[in-house]
Design a protein around this ligand. Structure first.
Ligand SMILES: [Zn+2]
Length: 153
């Protein structure tokens, strides 16, 4: 069982993935869902899609995943996903051949992310791929009545 202990920084969760294989992907998806129980269905679907592709990339092209980190901003509603792997090689969003099941991952991420990028991990080595997932407006925090409740007009 994967624990969902929150990071010391509120709204941040980290899952150590060293010594895991792609077989753990269903468990990681379950972990993401448990970290973000009150996220709207549409936003959660996009987060799961991006997290799955980033993790799959880390295993297939990144020499293995190191950790996944989630950060949640509430106002505006936003989720940032970071996946660290052990390879310094830059990932490429290459157009996929029709018969090639791989290579679509980053195009999928590009489709649901407001922004995404890659950073080298100078101290530990390897790299970190991050994606900022836009809200579709269906989350409780994104509804106008919730914002209005806290305004001081
Ligand atoms: Zn949202």
């Amino acid at each position: 069982m994967i624990s969902i202990a929150e990071h010391p920084v509120p709204g941040t969760w980290v899952l150590d993935l060293r010594a895991t294989t792609p077989r753990a992907l269903p468990d990681m998806r379950a972990w993401v869902v448990r970290c973000l129980p009150d996220l709207g269905e549409g936003h959660l679907d996009d987060v799961l899609l991006a997290a799955t592709e980033l993790l799959a990339n880390a295993y297939v092209h990144g020499g293995g995943a190191r950790h996944i980190q989630l950060w949640r901003g509430v106002s505006p509603c936003a989720i940032r996903i970071e996946v660290a792997d052990v390879s310094v090689e830059q990932p490429r969003a290459r157009p996929s051949q029709f018969e090639d099941p791989r290579g679509r991952g980053l195009l999928v991420v590009d489709g649901v992310a407001v922004q995404w990028g890659v950073r080298r991990e100078s101290v530990r080595g390897g790299k970190l791929v991050w994606a900022h997932i836009r809200c579709d407006g269906g989350c409780p925090e994104a509804l106008p009545r919730v914002r209005g409740k806290n305004s001081r007009s």
